[in-house]
Design a binder for this molecule. Structure first.
Ligand SMILES: Cc1cc2nc3c(=O)[nH]c(=O)nc-3n(C[C@H](O)[C@H](O)[C@H](O)COP(=O)(O)OP(=O)(O)OC[C@H]3O[C@@H](n4cnc5c(N)ncnc54)[C@H](O)[C@@H]3O)c2cc1C
Length: 319
């Protein structure tokens, strides 16, 4: 038994995600409590160049699985590799950073292994059981959790720990990990990518004009589009809107959409449910347009206009 904490390294076609370095720091804090070492798991041939960074951040060994089906991200395939690595390496625990990808692949691995998975931990205390604090609801709720498992699988909340280089300049001895993947894991592999070469995105726009259920229809978004165009921004929306099929999911702001940080967010006909708010709260200024003066978005916004958005928005656009 290697008795190592196996840290899954996140990368995108060989570009290291900084979150992976946080995961290694988290893995070290677990390993210290267990009296164990830290080992890194790289998935995909393009990740081979990341081994030295893993060692510099505390990995005592690096395993590389470079099966030909792993040329790009595939949650089921990655999960199957982690499950296979658990069998081959007998780690004491498996860890990753709680990014979308980190949590997705650990969830697949846990399902494959039929073991529990605790996501988004901020603190782990190991005694007879594992006790941990983890964040829920987009960071607005801390939960105390106790885990009993033959192989703890945990992710660390993104930004909860700091990456630390502990062995600068060290170089890695990469150990190949041969895994035979079942055919079904290739169901969801990325085969091609379309790169947006121009234009603003929800994540980068300086102004976002968001619409909620109060907009009433897909056609109703015309007044938001006009205002966004005038202000050099883009249109976003709430989940009520995507659920109704009025806008695509790529426009959704919130916990299960995009987290935005524009200079100005104009939230129109949006009540400000917590799941929406966590995606919008990083905006420098928020202007709410709502008929309800008691709406959460109105109460929390920097500015509010109480009125019908179909009166208010054209007045701003044409004013
Ligand atoms: C696990 C989970 C994840 C979720 N993730 C997200 C997420 O990522 N993003 C998200 O947005 N939601 C998310 N939700 C849904 C969230 O809880 C709310 O249901 C949703 O945000 C409500 O959308 P809304 O504000 O558009 O609609 P409502 O809550 O129905 O609010 C509509 C608002 O429009 C106002 N209004 C109505 N007519 C007008 C008018 N003519 N002019 C001006 N104002 C008007 C009303 O006063 C009201 O405040 C999630 C929920 C769950 C359970």
């Amino acid at each position: 038994m290697s008795a190592a904490v196996l840290v899954v390294i996140e990368h995108d076609r060989g570009a290291l995600a900084d979150a992976s370095l946080e995961a290694l720091a988290f893995g070290r804090s677990i390993a210290e409590q267990l009296g164990a070492s830290v080992e890194a798991l790289l998935i995909g041939a393009e990740a081979a160049g990341l081994a030295d960074a893993c060692v510099a951040h505390g990995a005592g060994a690096v395993h590389l699985c470079s099966n030909s089906d792993l040329s790009d991200y595939g949650p089921e395939a990655y999960g199957a590799v982690i499950a296979a690595a658990a069998g081959a390496l007998s780690p004491a625990a498996i860890a990753a950073c709680g990014t979308d990808r980190g949590n997705e692949v650990l969830a697949h691995a846990a399902a494959e292994l039929d073991l529990p998975f605790v996501a988004n931990c901020t603190d782990v205390r190991i005694g007879d059981d594992w006790e941990m604090t983890r964040v829920q609801w987009g960071g607005s709720l801390n939960e105390e959790t106790r885990l009993t498992s033959s192989l703890p699988i945990v992710s660390v909340a993104h930004h909860a720990v700091e990456a630390e280089e502990v062995a600068p300049g060290a170089s890695a001895d990469v150990q190949p990990l041969d895994v035979t993947l079942p055919d079904w894991v290739t169901r969801s592999l990325v085969q091609d990518r379309v790169v947006l070469s121009e234009g603003l995105t929800l994540a980068t726009a300086p102004v976002v004009v968001g619409g909620g259920r109060g907009v009433g229809s897909a056609e109703g978004f015309a007044v938001l589009e006009e205002l966004a165009a005038k202000l050099g921004g883009v249109v976003g929306c709430s989940r009520a809107v995507t659920n109704n099929g009025w806008r695509p999911h790529s426009d959704q702001v919130g916990q299960t959409g995009t987290r935005i940080a524009p200079q100005l967010y104009i939230a129109c006909g949006i009540s400000g449910a917590i799941q929406h708010w966590v995606g919008a709260k990083a905006a420098k200024k928020i202007l709410a347009v709502n008929t309800d003066p008691a709406a959460n978005m109105v109460v929390k916004a920097d500015y509010a206009v109480i009125g019908d958005l179909f009166d208010v928005l054209p007045a701003i656009t044409n004013g």
